[in-house]
Design a protein around this ligand. Structure first.
Ligand code: TRP
Length: 487
């Protein structure tokens, strides 16, 4: 998520810090672990971030409630504290329980064409959430941010990355009926801009200075940018999805899955939302995928040896893991057999935590590695196998993403979703259509208008969904049958 551009680092004083030891620093533009007296970088202390940022750990009680309410076992990222922290996740579960509308919101700053597997983890998780919750999803591409925060990039350049990054994101597997992807350069205007300006009016320079570390030499675009990332949290920014009636959309919250470095934006957004009498966004935070070099580092798009890229070949993956993946093994085979390795610092094991579904298998690998039964070479081979499958699957889906597919995801159009299958939808949200707008180019990018037919189709689908849900409730049949049975 954060790009280690270095530009921002100057504003955070990181470059002038003494080279010997320093505290961990996690902000939207750079991430670095604590550097000890010995000059070694330590792993990011995520518990400390929870304290510093004032978020809450996702505990067992919350996981149990998630399972009870959704009927799904929590994702492996949730079970393994990879998705480890949250703000008001329970409010979203309350709404799901009653089938009241909410949406998912996440984003990416398109800073280059080379996305790596560290970038796709949040998206993989969001896809799973979209499937489990049957919720609309909004994906923001902050091309403006990546222009404002870089000295070199041009506007055309970031707009190009936007398009290719959208292709990569789509290849994660999102449902086009439930997903709207937009670029700031293209979508800012209309209802969204109204919210951006409402947001901006509530934020002073002193506040962003305190939150983001800006100073008098920061360009004013950076200072303003938080309003844009923040205003995306409000349902009324998307009238083609949630309708134009602000008295209804004001209460529709979003759930923002993001890497923990994005939290400062949304802390500010939650404050602003309260002042604007709009629903506060809820959040769930994910930790980073370590760079190949080990804990405390983060994959970087500009360093080929730090990351596995989405266009790496099976052979490149094998070479990179074997050559660069930091190992928790011992110096010699004998010593390893005798004393065992340290899975907690081993990068291949870290990656298996992300990619291997079975908890039992993972526990066994850890036990075997730490006891010395499993060797580094064997552990690396398992990791290589999983990564090759993951990246191979991605590349296969990516090859099917055409320009037309991107246009579809990025067009302003209504989305279709049903939410909790056990309960009738609490609120029919129908985009208002003004007289005289019939036949407006349906789905045309930027028009934000619906044709009569689109509206009719959408209403009909919503009614069918409602009827289905109502029938399910009447008969008090079990949830499985309710989801698949039709009227
Ligand atoms: N600022 C983020 C980045 O640089 C992009 C982003 C915008 C985002 N909105 C978001 C990320 C919401 C997560 C959630 O990558």
């Amino acid at each position: 998520m954060a790009s280690a551009s270095g530009i921002q680092a100057a504003e955070h004083d990181a470059t002038s810090a003494p080279a010997t030891s320093s505290k961990q620093d996690v902000n939207p533009w750079s991430v670095s672990g604590e550097v000890g007296e010995d000059g070694k970088v330590k792993a990011i202390d995520y518990r400390k971030l929870v304290e510093d940022f004032g978020t809450a750990l996702i505990d067992d009680a919350l996981l149990q409630r998630f399972e009870k309410v959704t009927g799904h076992k929590p994702h492996r990222f949730m079970r393994r504290q990879i998705v480890f922290s949250h703000r008001d996740l329970s409010l979203i579960l309350d709404r799901y329980e009653k089938n009241e509308p909410f949406f998912l919101y996440t984003g990416r700053g398109p800073s280059s064409d080379s996305m790596h597997i560290g970038h796709t983890q949040v998206f993989d998780f969001v896809k799973w959430l979209q499937d489990v919750l049957d919720a609309p999803l909004i994906i923001m591409l902050t091309d403006d941010e990546k222009y404002l925060f870089s000295e070199k990039r041009t506007v055309d350049e970031v707009m190009g990355y936007c398009r290719t990054n959208a292709m990569d994101i789509i290849a994660v597997g999102f449902d086009p009926k439930k997903t709207f992807i937009f670029s700031d350069f293209q979508y800012v205007g209309g209802a969204f801009y109204k919210n951006i300006v409402r947001f901006a009016k509530r934020v002073t320079y002193n506040t962003v200075k305190a939150i983001f570390g800006f100073d008098g030499s920061s360009n004013i675009g950076k200072i303003h940018f938080a309003s844009i990332q923040g205003a995306t949290s409000f349902a009324s920014s998307f009238p083609h999805i949630f309708g134009e009636d602000e008295s209804k959309t004001a209460s529709i919250p979003c759930l923002i899955p993001c890497a923990i470095d994005q939290d400062p934006y949304f802390r500010l957004t939650r404050d602003c939302a309260a002042g604007l009498h709009l629903a506060k966004p809820s959040l769930i935070h994910m930790r980073f995928l370590d760079a190949l070099q080990g804990p405390g580092s983060k994959m970087s798009a500009s360093d080929d040896t730090s990351a596995i890229f989405l266009n790496d070949s099976a052979k490149q993956i094998k070479t990179k893991i074997n050559k660069y993946a930091f190992s928790g093994g011992r110096e010699t085979l004998e010593e390893h057999r005798q004393k065992g390795g340290d899975a907690d610092v081993d990068v291949s094991y870290q990656y298996l935590q992300f990619f291997l579904e079975s908890d039992e298998e993972l526990a066994k690998i850890k036990a075997d590695y730490n006891s010395g039964k499993l060797l580094t070479g064997e552990l690396k081979a398992m990791c290589i196998d999983h990564l090759q499958k993951y990246v191979g699957g991605f590349q296969e889906r990516r090859s099917r993403v055409t320009d037309a597919v991107v246009d579809e995801f990025m067009s302003t159009r209504p989305l279709e979703w049903k939410g909790n299958p056990k309960v009738p939808r609490a609120d029919l949200v129908v985009p208002d259509i003004k007289p005289g707008e019939d036949g407006a180019a349906a789905g045309e990018a930027g028009s934000g208008k619906l044709s009569k037919n689109q509206l009719k189709k959408m209403l009909k689908e919503q009614q069918i969904a409602q009827r289905k849900a109502a029938m399910a409730k009447d008969k008090t049949v079990d949830s499985e049958a309710a989801a698949s049975g039709g009227p």
